[in-house]
Design a protein. Structure first.
Lengths: 345, 139
């Protein structure tokens, strides 16, 4: 049962109107949940995590443990002057932050978050989420080209090259999971991971695909790092090389949207990884939604860990790793998985 | 069973409305003092020279982009196969379910090997850049 269906049962409105109202309420709820996560992650958790890794203190003045910095930062950034640089390509320059932010949010439409929190469950769920997640690269190119800044331009071109190189490994490792499940429907993929793989004394190891096929999980996590543009693949931003890449010329609310879009994208990557490889919202004792949050935050922590611990690769190395390493390995993974699934069946 | 795409459309609307409302709030709050120097393109504090659209950037990875189109269509073709794979084994046997796809992937891998050998999957592949690279290692 998806979230709009539950809401529709509670509402006194029937027919199409009831469906639409329930869908809008559900969508607003999902959007709010993800924006809340992003608000905690962006201004606060990211700083705290990076500070811990580099042995510093980070925000601790505003509110308990500096938590109110979220409010302070939101007001500060929204109240900043929006500087429109000379020669920007106006509609594209304005649309890019919108596209980056909203495409990442839209991906959560099909993610099963547990406790009945799933907005929609179409049969093409996985294909939909990959398609929507890759729309963000269009926003990055628009931002890079329209800014009329050489750093932005380079960042935009790098973003394309990177997404071209890592999109296929990402999708192919996703396809290797579909070989097991035989469906693209997200709820079915989660359901396929509920059985016990083997029992280790009193602990039953669930048949999450991260345990069934750890090789695919590792490939997916690496490709996901590239997809969300975090170290060692933060080439499109590369603060020490090209200032801030495609977001160099953005200020005020546009900067907020680009930044927010990036963090929602990290969470979306985490949500896809959780659904495909970590049993979705499944887990003992705690309710499903809590487990879902734990899993996406674990992936977020992993990206921040990578950001603090790993040096950036060069752009030519990135292309080589993508096309000569990841692509070949993901094909090998797909073929091997197909052979093994076939041998078992 | 309600239509899933109504809910997805609703989230699409919400996902556009939230950023738009943030833009509106910011528009109400923010000052606007467009001074001349402030609006200059950022080039590390120097006076900007030329437009970013007049620079000649060699997009050498266009071969990679072409290759991407090939592989992307391939993944589109692989996805239906992965969905029906387990059912197909039961119906027509492992050999007929697996081997045609292996041949298909094999052809594409040959294509990748060709591109690899010809240096298409490189960021820089101009002869001049290669010369500079050799000079640097010697000097």
């Amino acid at each position: 049962m998806t979230l709009p269906e539950t809401l529709n049962g509670l509402l006194p409105i029937g027919g199409l109107a009831g469906e639409v109202v329930a869908a809008v309420i559900g969508a607003a709820l999902i959007g709010t949940i993800m924006l809340t996560n992003t608000a905690v992650a962006g201004p606060w958790a990211k700083r705290k995590i990076t500070a811990k890794f580099t042995d510093r203190i980070a925000v601790n003045r505003v509110g308990p443990a500096g938590l109110l910095i979220i409010v302070a930062d939101a007001v500060r950034l929204l109240a900043k002057e929006l500087i429109v640089p000379e020669g920007v390509d106006r509609p594209a320059w304005d649309l890019a932050p919108l596209l980056i932010a909203s495409s990442a949010l839209l991906g959560f439409a099909v993610i099963p978050m547990g406790s009945g929190l799933q907005l929609a469950d179409p049969e093409t769920g996985l294909a939909f989420v990959f398609a929507v997640a890759s729309m963000a690269s269009l926003g990055l190119v628009m931002a890079g080209y329209a800014s009329n800044n050489k750093f932005s331009f380079l960042g935009g071109l790098r973003a394309v090259a990177q997404n071209l190189a890592y999109e296929i490994p990402l999708v192919l490792t996703g396809a290797s999971v579909v070989l097991f499940t035989g469906t693209l429907q997200m709820s079915e993929i989660v359901a396929a991971q509920q059985g016990a793989l083997f029992t280790l004394g009193p602990v039953a190891i669930p048949s999450w695909f991260a345990f069934v096929n750890p090789f695919a999980f590792v490939l997916f996590m690496i490709a996901n790092l590239a997809e969300v543009g975090r170290n060692p693949f933060d080439i499109p931003e590369a603060p020490t090389e090209i200032v801030a890449g495609y977001q160099t010329e953005y200020s005020s609310v546009y900067f907020v949207l680009v930044y927010l879009g990036e963090f929602v994208h990290i969470f979306l990557g985490g949500a896809i990884a959780a659904t495909l490889f970590l049993g979705g919202p499944a887990g003992p004792i705690l309710p499903g939604f809590v487990w879902f949050l734990i899993k996406i935050w674990a992936v977020f922590l992993f990206t921040q860990w990578a950001r603090s611990a790993l040096p950036r690769v060069r752009i030519d190395q990135l292309i080589q790793i993508g096309w000569k390493g990841m692509l070949v390995l993901s094909f090998a993974n797909l073929v091997l998985t197909a052979v093994i699934v076939g041998a078992i069946a | 069973m309600t239509n899933a795409w109504i809910a997805i459309g609703a989230l699409a609307a919400v996902a556009v409305i939230i950023p738009l409302s943030m833009m509106l709030v910011s528009w109400l709050l923010r000052p606007s003092v467009p001074e001349q120097g402030k609006r200059a393109t950022y080039e590390s504090g120097e006076i900007p020279t030329g437009s970013s659209r007049s620079i000649k950037f060699n997009i050498q990875y266009y071969m990679v982009a072409l290759l991407f189109v090939v592989f992307d269509i391939e993944t589109v073709l692989i996805f239906p196969w992965t969905v029906i794979y387990t059912d197909a084994i039961e119906q027509v046997g492992l050999f007929r379910a697996l081997v045609p796809m292996l041949v298909f992937i094999g052809i594409l891998v040959v294509g990748l090997a060709w591109a690899w050998r010809n240096g298409a999957v490189e960021w820089v592949r101009s002869e001049r850049a290669e010369e500079q690279r050799i000079e640097r290692t010697e000097g």
